[in-house]
Design a protein around this ligand. Sequence first.
Ligand SMILES: CCCCCCCC(=O)SCCNC(=O)CCNC(=O)[C@H](O)C(C)(C)COP(=O)(O)OP(=O)(O)OC[C@H]1O[C@@H](n2cnc3c(N)ncnc32)[C@H](O)[C@@H]1OP(=O)(O)O
Length: 225
Amino acid sequence: MGAPFNYDVLDLTDEQVDAEVRVFGALTAAVRRLNEATLRTTVDHATVEEVRRQVEELTARLEKSMIPDNFGVSFTKGGRIRGYGNAVVGIRNPNAVPLTVVQDKVNGRASAEFELNALHEGPPGQVHGGVVALVLDQVFGEAAAAGGSPGMTGTLTLRYRLNTPLGPCSAEAWVDRRDGIKTIVKGELRRADGTVTVTAEGIFILPRWAREEIAKNGGTPPQFE
Ligand SMILES: CCCCCCCC(=O)SCCNC(=O)CCNC(=O)[C@H](O)C(C)(C)COP(=O)(O)OP(=O)(O)OC[C@H]1O[C@@H](n2cnc3c(N)ncnc32)[C@H](O)[C@@H]1OP(=O)(O)O
């Protein structure tokens, strides 16, 4: 059985990738501001209606030319990864947190410092539990990849110990152990002052189709962006 999804390899130069990161990254940041302003604005209803008309006009301009559906994940021949739609780190995804994950390939660790705002609220003033799981899934997956044994999330178990206030937070994950094709990752989410609010454990599995591919053709395991 082959992979159930494709990773295209594209002939793009680093300069072309840098340009799209710059231009689309700036658009995404602007739309994120719009998202938060949509939630928090106190302007009068007439102004809201006028802004809504303008937003619809701008949206129609972007909709004039679009890819058919989702962005997918592609690589350049130079090794750049274009996972721009990723729900946590995608640079063209205004719903992504955003998050920059730092991988430590020597020690099989990954970490991120980031800010969660009113768009990520669950209980009043607190981060939504599902958002925590979203962020940790990505950071844990990157720790498994950093440790040289990438996999897809098989199981992710979280223990919500304390509330996580909106604002600056950090996440850290490390490879705890390997069991054949399974990589067990542990990690935590912390408040700005370093207090651990959530601890978690994930089992990342190199899928059967990747194992079969490597057994047949060799190569290194893919990163499951
Ligand atoms: C750098 C990139 C960062 C990316 C971070 C984001 C990662 C993601 O979000 S990935 C998306 C979410 N995850 C998914 O969609 C995965 C969906 N599930 C699957 O594709 C498959 O069930 C998969 C790959 C987990 C396992 O399938 P497959 O390879 O066929 O497993 P299979 O051969 O039956 O079992 C292999 C071993 O794994 C174990 N296993 C299978 N499924 C699970 C599971 N869900 N949890 C724990 N263990 C499992 C089996 O018990 C077996 O263990 P053992 O060898 O000890 O008997």
